[in-house]
Design a protein around this ligand. Structure first.
Ligand code: ADP
Ligand code: MG
Length: 243
């Protein structure tokens, strides 16, 4: 893959409501270029909403959202250079692994030779080259997750957004996959925002993380900072408890 330009993502007083209900409240956050960043919080705290706002699927009403210093308010998802992997993978069941991964490149009218080269490269990267002709239903959950990742990174987004990407996998596989994810992220150097409600997952993989509760950012920092110097009792309780 071509070396990516590493970009930062920033929220400035970001707020977002669904109808009368405010779900994100005055979020201020700076994610550094190339960082592996986790958004951590209990169910319903607004993690997916924030991720979807960054992707452009949710419109924020207040504040600013900056990607690589550019205010992307009003910029549609396909012009933001972000790639998102959803919790349920959303692979095309009737297409082979190869076609699932190639899809975004075909849509972008990339040449046939280039598609072949890039699909092969990412399938090798996620260890799935030998499964190219299979359909998703013939793969294990972990393999389907790798296809979803391959399909997202093949179009070379500048920001990778992962919404609870491992939550459908069993515990052992989850631990293995988070190592894989981390090593893929390191190799690509792509700015990655990873949503999880599992504090252990965040603390073992992320460079830094943000803890959300009820749409309010409670604290941002490294695992060590959050664990040793929690900003409040919520953070102390949340990062201190086993899942
Ligand atoms: P998390 O991902 O942390 O579990 P979400 O961002 O999905 O949280 O949801 C945050 C809050 O917003 C929840 O109270 C949820 O019920 C509400 N919510 C999420 N999506 C919608 C929607 N499309 N319309 C109305 N309310 C929503
Ligand atoms: Mg969610």
């Amino acid at each position: 893959m071509t070396p990516l330009k590493k970009v930062g993502v920033s929220c400035r007083h970001l707020s977002l409501s669904y109808g009368p209900v405010q779900v994100l409240k005055d979020i201020d956050l700076d994610i550094q270029p190339g960082e592996f960043f986790a958004l951590l919080g209990p169910s319903g705290s607004g993690k997916s909403t924030l991720l979807r706002a960054i992707a452009g699927f949710n419109r924020h009403q207040g504040g600013q959202l900056l990607i690589d210093g550019r205010d992307v308010g009003g910029v549609p998802p396909h012009q933001r250079n972000v790639g998102m992997v959803f919790q349920n993978y959303a692979l095309w069941p009737h297409m082979t692994v190869w076609d699932n991964v190639a899809f975004g490149l075909v849509e972008r009218k990339v040449s046939r030779a280039e598609i072949k080269r890039r699909v092969q490269e990412v399938l090798e990267m996620v260890g799935l080259a030998q499964y190219a002709k299979r359909r998703p239903s013939m793969l294990s959950g972990g393999q389907q997750q790798r296809v979803a990742l391959a399909r997202t990174v093949v179009v070379e987004p500048q920001v990778l957004l992962l919404d609870e990407p491992l939550s459908n996998l069993d515990k052992n596989l989850r631990v293995q996959m988070r190592e894989e994810l981390k090593s893929l992220q390191r190799r690509l150097g792509i700015t990655t925002i990873f949503v999880t409600h599992d504090q252990e997952e965040a603390m073992t993989t992320a460079d830094r993380m943000a803890v959300l509760d009820k749409g309010v950012l409670q604290q941002v920092g490294t695992a060590t900072t959050l664990f040793d110097f929690p900003a409040n009792t919520f953070v102390a309780g949340f990062v201190g408890t086993a899942n």
